[in-house]
Design a protein around this ligand. Structure first.
Ligand code: MLC
Ligand code: AMP
Length: 506
């Protein structure tokens, strides 16, 4: 039997007694445990009537078993659909309706509510908690630890990851076995991962960074990881002597730099620090080098494409750039409107093509068509330029998007919630430089005449509806929003007017 992605991991698997992961509660998994226990979980999924191509939606806390569940889904031939643990029921409802999962795995505390939500759909709800307990785990424990992986080819779907849309509805990016396998292979080679590596894994495992960059690279290298449920800078520092690499969003590095104990000695055992998901400020890059002697390696990717570019392992890691296109991946800069390639050095739309690029959005052929060029290049929505040495610089976004602590927040989604409130005439949500999160979600609101609605009312009204990280850190009331002659809100003026509001905050 061939299962394209799992075979790729299997072919590079070290001896079964080698450590795959050690969790912060002391539990650990060897590669042998991983094979046996993901087999048991795969059996459990088949018993729930999961057929090849069926979606398995997963909203669970990070744990060794949550990682096993991902692999079990791959082995069972299903499509893994991870969901941010911060999503509210309102948010989940959309994903369940759109993806029509066969099975939903959630924390026991949410099982009843989710069960009610999907009652009519026929989806089966099973549970898995942060300690690896729950009805799915019970069922798995009774299964054989031998499993014939379900046959899946390179183009078959391995996962769907939702990414919010600029105009409202979230889109499910469909990632194939080869999208994931090819990118993991390339990253292992470019970043020189080997079985001797120990990665500090403190990212969530429901997004590309923690799941496909971190976990897949470790599996593809036969390496091991220290699996942390939360990012705690003091704890990360204490792990460094036992580790070789760290992957993080810029906020990780900003917070680690606030630790006095971060020194060259403290980072002495580490060989590589990698940053991505949001722009790393050149000043953070420099401060890190001064304190630790290491140049952070910055790379650029997205849900739809996995990783596209990376600064070199050997050679100059240039602060403020995202490095060079990865081997096998083509990148070009085009005129955002006309789509014509621009001359080297000009700023335009970043487009990419390669085995990493997803097949399209789940059940959205029109949106898919709109984001690909006829020759197969994917239009990223990021604006950038390529310098004379080939390094890619991201200079802005063509999409109205805020990235806060590595999480994407789409202003439109929050504006719709705020605009729907009695007492609000209109709103504009913007990202403002924030020393900790990179950008702070900020709402600028116009009240209806006579209304006394305040920031507290707005916070209360969205509390149960939107995930916490999307909530505005600040709400500013104004008499009117600035508009251009076409009537479009000029968010650039708002960003300029409020650019210092978080300056003193940590
Ligand atoms: C938490 N909060 C956030 C937030 N994370 N607010 C805005 N932005 C965020 N990212 C909220 C909390 O709910 C809390 O609210 C308050 O802010 C302070 O919380 P905290 O304890 O300081 O946050 P913490 O739990 O430490 O989380 C911060 C973080 C986390 C940076 C560790 O956000 C994180 O793990 N980010 C990584 C995201 C990620 O993996 N992105 C990759 C996407 S893939 P209150 O009100 O309760 O105080 C991708 C592709 C690619 O982009 O290229 O990689
Ligand atoms: P997501 O949709 O969560 O996968 O987020 C992808 C987006 O994050 C990209 O389109 C970029 O805008 C941004 N991004 C990822 N890595 C970087 C980086 N190193 N520098 C700047 N932006 C980045």
């Amino acid at each position: 039997m061939t299962n394209h992605l799992f075979d790729a991991f299997r072919s590079r698997m070290p001896a079964p007694e080698r450590l795959l992961l050690e969790a912060d509660d002391g539990r650990s998994l060897t590669y042998g445990d991983m094979l046996a226990r993901s087999a048991q979980m795969a059996h459990a999924l088949l018993q729930l009537d999961v057929e090849p191509g069926d979606r398995v939606a997963v909203q669970v806390e990070k744990s060794p078993e949550a990682a096993l569940l991902y692999l079990a889904c791959v082995r069972a031939g299903s499509v893994f659909l991870p969901l941010n643990t911060a999503y509210t029921l309102t948010e989940l409802e959309y994903f369940f309706e759109d993806a029509a999962p066969r099975v939903i795995v959630c924390d026991p505390s949410k099982a009843a509510e989710i069960g009610r939500l999907v009652e009519a759909s026929g989806a089966v709800v099973v549970t898995l908690d942060r300690n690896g307990q729950g009805s799915l785990a019970d069922q798995a424990s009774r299964q054989s630890s031998d499993f014939h992986d379900v046959e899946r080819g390179s183009d078959d779907l391995a996962a769907i990851l939702y990414t919010s849309g600029t105009t409202g509805r979230s889109k499910g990016a469909m990632l194939s076995h080869e999208n994931l396998a090819s990118n993991a292979r390339v990253l292992v080679d470019c970043w020189r991962f080997s079985a001797d590596d120990v990665l500090i894994h403190a990212l969530p495992i429901f997004h590309t960074h923690g799941l496909f960059v971190a976990t897949n690279v470790v599996l593809m290298a036969g390496a091991s990881m220290l699996f942390e449920r939360k990012f705690d800078p003091a704890r990360i520092l204490s792990l460094m002597p036992r580790a070789t690499t760290l992957m993080g969003v810029p906020t990780f590095y900003v917070r680690l730099l606030q630790q006095e104990a971060l020194t060259k000695d403290a980072a002495g055992a580490m060989r590589l620090f990698i940053s991505g998901s949001a722009p790393l400020l050149a000043e953070t890059h420099r401060a890190w080098r001064d304190r630790t002697g290491h140049a952070i390696l910055e790379r650029y990717g997205m849900t739809e494409t996995n990783m596209n570019t990376s600064n070199p392992y050997h050679g100059e890691r240039r602060a403020g750039t995202v490095g060079l296109p990865l081997p096998g991946i083509s990148l070009r800069i085009t005129d955002p409107e006309a789509g014509e390639p621009l001359a080297q050095g000009e700023i335009g739309m970043i487009e990419v093509k390669g085995p990493n690029v997803f097949g399209g959005y789940w059940r959205m052929p029109e949106k898919t068509k709109a984001e690909f060029r006829p020759d197969g290049f994917f239009i990223t929505g990021d604006l950038g330029m390529v310098d004379t040495d080939g390094y890619v610089h991201i200079v802005g976004r063509g999409k109205d998007l805020i990235i806060s602590g590595g999480y994407n927040v789409y202003p439109k989604e929050i504006e719709s919630e705020i605009d729907a409130l009695d007492g609000v005439s209109e709103s504009a949500v913007i990202g403002v430089a924030h020393p900790d999160f990179g950008e702070g979600v900020t709402a600028v609101v116009v009240r209806k005449p006579g209304s006394a609605i305040d920031a507290g009312d707005i916070a209360d009204s969205i509390a149960g509806r939107l995930a916490k990280y999307k909530h505005p850190k600040r709400v500013i009331f104004v008499d009117e929003l600035p508009r251009n002659t076409m009537g479009k809100v000029q968010k650039n003026l708002l960003r300029e007017a409020y650019k210092d509001i978080y300056a003193q905050k940590g």
